[in-house]
Ligand binder design. Structure first.
Ligand SMILES: Nc1ncnc2c1ncn2[C@@H]1O[C@H](COP(=O)(O)OP(=O)(O)O)[C@@H](O)[C@H]1O
Ligand SMILES: N[C@@H](CCOP(=O)(O)O)C(=O)O
Length: 301
């Protein structure tokens, strides 16, 4: 049996739509072992306990890539990552299934190919990349469809707080509300803010962060799906932090200038939104991890 542990993600970081994403300290664990039936799945919604399950589909894609037969599989899922909340639950499943297929066949899929296959399934690289690599990642596919990835550091002074609403937003629906074209002025706004934001994150410059994290290409449209968006953003900004829609929502992610401001935000946000889960998160620096387990003993990581 082996275990795959995958971090949740917070994609886009506001101005980095479809190219920037962060791995955060919420995890899903997936156990894979042989079964006497073609497929057994436990630990997720019954709606996903069948061969349309994304983890299973990703494992199958890995087998097809390797030209190996699909084994009989038992998958057990233990997840902290809420579904359809903009914390990358679909990316987590895809990365887990592909990584599992790789381990099953002696680590046969390189990290670059893992990412390539994951992007084919997810449609954009910004959340699968940090799930694989950890940390803050910027990524795109080049003209040959090869992934290009850069990792950036984030100042230890900055503290992240996830505000997770009690309602879902599907990524598919949240992409349908977006316009299909963008003018030059908007493009310049976006490119300049996105580039400068990586600098603000690296240096921990909270003022610059607030001024750069002002998206024009998806948040104005998606904010309508999150009625509390303005109220929450103003709250974070009143504590000298900033806030963006995590992935396609509904989670709002605050970046606070220090621990005290983060604590104050947690207290005030919990009072304002009592039905929501307000949770400080750390940056995951490892990405996907695997362990082979034999009779309870971990053989390698
Ligand atoms: N444990 C799981 N097993 C199978 N599929 C899952 C699981 N968790 C999430 N998914 C799939 O991911 C979808 C949610 O993905 P998405 O709408 O992109 O939201 P997000 O990735 O922000 O959570 C679900 O509708 C389901 O298809
Ligand atoms: N760039 C994508 C990111 C979706 O992330 P998820 O965590 O909501 O799956 C988008 O904004 O559509």
């Amino acid at each position: 049996m082996f275990k795959i542990k995958v971090p949740a993600t917070s994609a886009n970081l506001g101005v980095g739509f479809d190219c920037m994403g962060l791995a955060v300290s919420m995890y899903s664990e997936f156990y894979f072992e042989t079964s006497d039936q073609p497929l057994e799945i436990n630990g997720c919604d019954v709606a996903y306990q069948n061969n349309r399950n994304l983890v299973y589909q990703a494992f199958l894609k890995g087998c097809e890539f390797l030209r190996e037969p699909m084994p009989n599989l038992k998958i057990t899922i233990a997840s902290q990552v809420p579904v359809a909340r903009g914390l990358g639950s679909s990316a987590v499943c895809i990365v887990a299934g592909l990584k599992a297929a790789s381990i099953w066949f002696d680590n046969a899929i390189s990290t670059t190919n893992l990412l390539k296959l994951a992007v084919e399934m997810e449609g954009h690289p910004d959340n699968v990349t940090p799930s694989i690599y950890g940390g803050l990642c910027v990524s795109f596919l080049d003209d040959q469809q090869q992934p290009v990835v850069a990792q950036y550091s984030i100042s230890d002074n900055l503290k992240f707080v996830a505000l997770v609403p009690n309602y879902p937003i599907s990524t598919h629906e949240a992409r349908r509300v977006l316009p299909t074209t963008m003018n030059y002025a908007t493009t310049i706004h976006q490119v300049s803010r996105c580039t400068m934001m990586t600098h603000a994150l690296e240096t921990g410059d909270a003022d610059l962060l607030q001024r750069t994290c002002q998206d024009l290409i998806h948040e104005p449209y998606r904010a309508k799906l999150i009625p509390e968006y303005q109220q929450a953003k103003q709250l974070a900004e009143s504590e000298y932090g900033t806030m963006y829609i995590s992935g396609s929502g509904s989670t709002l992610m605050a970046i606070m200038p220090n621990q005290q401001a983060a604590h104050s935000l947690v207290v005030h946000a919990q009072a304002l939104f009592p039905q929501w889960i307000i949770s400080p998160v750390q940056i995951d620096k490892n990405g996907v991890q695997s362990e082979v387990i034999n009779r309870g003993e971990v053989l390698y990581r």
